[in-house]
Ligand binder design. Structure first.
Ligand code: PLP
Length: 250
């Protein structure tokens, strides 16, 4: 093909006047980053999914990274994902110093195969090489068999991080993907080739309060205004909840 305009586009976002007005409103406001639109956006995600906590970040890559950190992934750990995904689903484990391995896909859905997963777990247990975390990816919005993966997680003692980068709006057993019913954490991407876009953006979602506290810290450079987590008496006054979401300082 010689004419670039006749090629299939990599992505084509749909931006309307309301979107443009909303961006201009933020550009004219006091906060163009970390302002009140962030908790409002997070609330719209928890309202939609029914999950308890959501933490918006700059990309799903970051969302996966802080999710792995919150799950305690580190050197010596093993993380499994699917080979049919974007590299971020595996790289997040490498960022934490863990080893990555892949579970084969189901030939009908192209998602992680539960049969292959069960066989691999069986062998891994014998070889003392069980994964700490498994990252199923809901390819093109189609959910993995989460109930079966969740059942295996109880038998083989691993955590589940759903990479739902492609899947906001998708349903599993008639409920929204992202409700974390069968997982510890779910992430969505808001990159322009995804279902909805914030230009770049991602979000980490969980129902687990302890994980939410950790994710909040990792999202915020380890900075906290929760006095219970401080190693010294605060030098100024501060009023916040544990998740850094409401902040009033002097
Ligand atoms: C399955 C999957 N996971 C993660 C990502 C990373 O998303 P982002 O571009 O928001 O970092 C992508 C992006 O293409 C993806 O397709």
């Amino acid at each position: 093909m010689d004419n670039i305009s006749s090629m299939i586009p990599y992505g084509k976002q749909d931006i309307n006047q309301n979107d443009i007005d909303a961006v201009i409103e933020v550009l004219k406001s006091d906060f163009i980053t970390q302002g009140p639109k962030i908790p409002a956006f997070e609330k719209s995600i928890t309202d939609y999914t029914g999950a308890k906590y959501a933490f918006a970040v700059n990309s799903a890559t970051s969302a996966l990274h802080i999710a792995c950190l919150a799950l305690g992934v580190g050197k010596g750990d093993i993380v499994w994902t699917t080979p049919i995904t974007f590299v971020a689903s595996a790289n997040c484990a490498l960022y934490c110093g863990a080893e990555v391995d892949f579970v084969d896909i189901d030939e009908k859905t192209y998602n992680m195969s539960v049969v292959a997963l069960e066989e691999k777990l069986f062998t891994a247990r014998k070889n003392n090489k069980l994964p700490k975390v498994i990252i199923p990816v809901h390819l093109t919005g189609q959910s993995c068999n989460m109930e079966a993966i969740h059942k295996l997680s109880k038998e083989y003692n691993f955590k589940i991080l759903e990479d739902a980068s492609h899947a906001i709006g998708g349903k599993y057993k008639n409920e929204p993907i992202g409700n974390c019913k069968y997982s510890d954490i779910t992430v969505f991407s808001f990159h322009p080739v995804k279902i909805i876009t914030t230009a770049e953006g991602g979000i980490t979602i969980t129902n687990n309060t302890k994980l939410a506290e950790k994710i909040s810290l990792f999202r915020n450079h380890g900075i906290t205004r929760d006095q219970a987590l401080m190693t010294e008496v605060p030098h100024g006054s501060c009023i916040t909840n544990k998740l850094n979401s409401v902040i009033t300082t002097e």
